[in-house]
Structure formats: C-alpha cells, structure tokens
Design a protein around this ligand. Structure first.
Ligand code: FE2
Length: 326
C-alpha cells in the first residue's frame, strides 16, 4: 500500500511516503525559531505557505504521481493547534480528492515506531525525548494495545529546557544542538538533580543554569547542564530497563540526535546485554516518514476514520493511542 504521512505538530511541515514499510521519501520544511520562540499563528502561516511545495517534493523524490497515493495519515496531536490544523486540512483535502482512506496518527507513537521499525526491534523499552515530551515507554498488549508511560517529566520536556537555555545564552540557532556544540571541552559543575523513581524534573536545573550565565564559563555551564539532565534520564531509564526485564532499548525524538545522550544510553544497554536502537537524525527530528509508516500499519489494520471525524487533539497522550497490529 502506498501511503503519504503529513506531520505539522510544531515547527516542521514534513511529508513522508512509505510503501509496504519501505520509506520512499522524507521531505520537510522547517520554521526558523529565532529568539522569540514559536508564535503559533506565524508557524501555521509558514506551514500553509510551504505545504504544497513539500508535498510535491516528496512525491518527486518517491517517483510517484499524485494519483498513485492509496492512503494518507496525518498528525492528530499532541502539538500546537494552529499548526496541527494545517496538516489535518492538507491530508483531508488529498483524501477527499483521491477518494482514499485517511487515519489520524499520534505524534509520539510516530517517534517511537519509526525507530522500532528501522532498527528492527520487537518490543523495546523506549526513551522518548523531544521538545514537549520526555517519557519512558513500553508497549502494553491486550484488548487495547498501547504504549504505557512508565516514567515522565513532572514539568517541561528536555528539548524545551535545552532550547530555553540556548535562547537565554543567546546561542545561534537557539536550539539544543547549539548547547551540544558549546559543551565540547567543558568542565563539570554540580547542578540540581531531580529523579523520583522513573520520573524526573527539569525546571530547577534550567533556573539554576540560567543563573550561572555571566558568572561561570559558558562552555562549562552547557557541559554540566547536559551531563546532569542526561544522567537523570539515564538513571530512570536504567531502572525501567531492569524492572521490565527488557532486552531492547531505543531512544527516539528530537533530543535523540544528541551524541552524548546516545553514548550514555548505549553504555547502559551494553552493561545489561540489551540491543540498542537508534536511527539517523532525519528520523529523530519531526518528520513525515514516521507518520507514513504508522499510518500504513493502521490502515492495513482497518483503523481508517471518516473524513468528517478527522480532527486534531492538542493534548493527545501516547497512552490514549491505540496501536495497530500489536
Ligand atoms: Fe516530535
């Protein structure tokens, strides 16, 4: 089945094409945040202006015609309402024009499943780390198969924490990736560390780090912030790995692109003889391919939805999303 997936939950408008589990295209266009963060109406306008071009580019890369599309999926949530609407409307229009089935997809499920799919993992423990989310997940089978949240952030997602710090430090671009670059060669300083069982909190660490700007060396603050935040995630993940007796571990979401976090998790996996799954960076960042891959599985599992019932859900938690083929 040839399926197109549209992702538009935040700064990225992404379009992926998948056929029988093979990714044929993964094109995107990303809003540049600058120093103001994301203003929903402005990001949505950017998506509206770029949607057509990104869709055309994805079809060209996949070497298919518009009429070849047999099914379509879009991100239902979680995400920014204005932005989600652009992707939902694009998908509904295509479904209506081509008379093809459509399915709403949970964004977090997309992140977890694309790594599981590409890394060929069966039943991994997943650390999902992105702007708005930081969760430790494990599939719960049964009558309503879904991802169970074993641990999560008490306050903000680690990605938002790193981006907020990057803005305060006036790094350009103001992303977590700039914090990673700046951290190279830094020296460790003690910072607030909050883990409760398999949950964690980042606001105390963020506030403390911001207070150090101008007082301590910027490289040292970036290094210590990363080491502390990632150690918190790793402690909770290692606990979950042992409690669930998992033989596979994966990291997914935008922050999974960070090399230091991957290194720390790989060493935990090795110590507990677990396979470690990660993917190339284009599939960790928000992307349409993850939506296309999940949508194809859902459509094959008979989970298509009437166009009139295709809405958005800004606070769509992963544990409320039914999984296909589980
Ligand atoms: Fe995401």
């Amino acid at each position: 089945m040839l399926v197109v997936g549209i992702e538009s939950s935040a700064h990225t408008f992404g379009v992926g094409v998948a056929r029988n589990g093979k990714i044929l295209a993964n094109e995107k266009s990303m809003y540049r945040i600058g120093t103001t963060g994301m203003i929903p109406a402005k990001v949505a306008q950017f998506h509206s202006e770029n949607a057509g071009e990104v869709i055309e580019r994805a079809l060209a890369v996949a070497r298919i015609e518009f009429e070849d599309i047999e099914g379509i999926g879009y991100t239902m949530g979680p995400g920014i309402g204005h932005c989600l609407q652009v992707g939902a409307l694009s998908a509904k229009t295509i479904a209506k024009m081509l008379h093809i089935p459509i399915v709403p997809v949970n964004h977090a499920v997309g992140h977890v499943e694309i790594v599981r799919h590409i890394s060929r993992l069966k039943d991994p423990l997943a650390l999902y780390v992105s702007g708005g989310n930081s969760q430790i997940l494990k599939k719960a089978p049964g009558a309503y198969p879904h991802y169970k949240v074993l641990g999560e952030t008490f306050d903000i997602g680690i990605g938002n924490m790193l981006d907020s710090f990057a803005r305060e430090m006036k790094l350009d671009p103001a992303w977590g990736s700039s914090v990673e670059k700046k951290a190279v060669g830094g020296r460790y300083m003690r910072m607030p560390y909050t883990v409760k069982g398999m949950d964690f909190s980042f606001t105390g660490l963020l506030t403390h780090s911001i207070k150090q700007i101008g007082k301590e060396n910027g490289r040292d603050i970036c290094f210590s912030l990363q080491e502390t935040a990632f150690s918190m995630l790793c402690e909770a993940t290692e606990r979950a790995l042992l409690l669930t007796n998992s033989s596979e571990l994966e990291v997914c979401g935008g922050v999974a692109q960070n090399s230091r976090l991957r290194e720390m998790l790989a060493s935990i996996a090795k110590e507990h003889c677990a396979r470690f799954g990660f993917v190339e960076k284009q599939y960790d960042a928000d992307n349409g391919a993850m939506i296309a891959v999940v949508a194809e599985k859902m459509l094959k599992d008979g989970m298509a939805v009437k166009i009139g019932d295709c809405g958005i859900l800004q606070r769509y938690r992963i544990d409320k999303a039914r999984l296909a083929g589980a």
